[in-house]
Design a protein around this ligand. Sequence first.
Ligand SMILES: [Cu+2]
Length: 115
Amino acid sequence: MKKMSYILPALALLGLPAYADNTHDHMAGMVMGATKAQAVTHKGQGTVNKLDVLAGTVNLTHDPIKSLGWSGMTMDFKVKNKATLDKIKPGTKVDFEVTKEADGTFVITRIIPAK
Ligand SMILES: [Cu+2]
């Protein structure tokens, strides 16, 4: 049974994605084409479900974001500047801008109540 100890780890390696996104499959292809130096801003619209001003996080249901290839969904974001959450509360419809950080996470750089 010695061979088994080689085969199993090898299979596990093959099955691993290049990086893991534990919440959203639709982000999995996004890293490939991205240029490191450029902070590309993507605009989105959505509705806030909940927020944590102290932690600087917001959960929102966003519409499809074509520039990212995202379909509409509900997800958590970090916000760059917690003060931008001042005018936001659960149920607020928002326009927002999001950029991808060097570590692959998506961070909201601007979020304002939708007109
Ligand atoms: Cu999403």
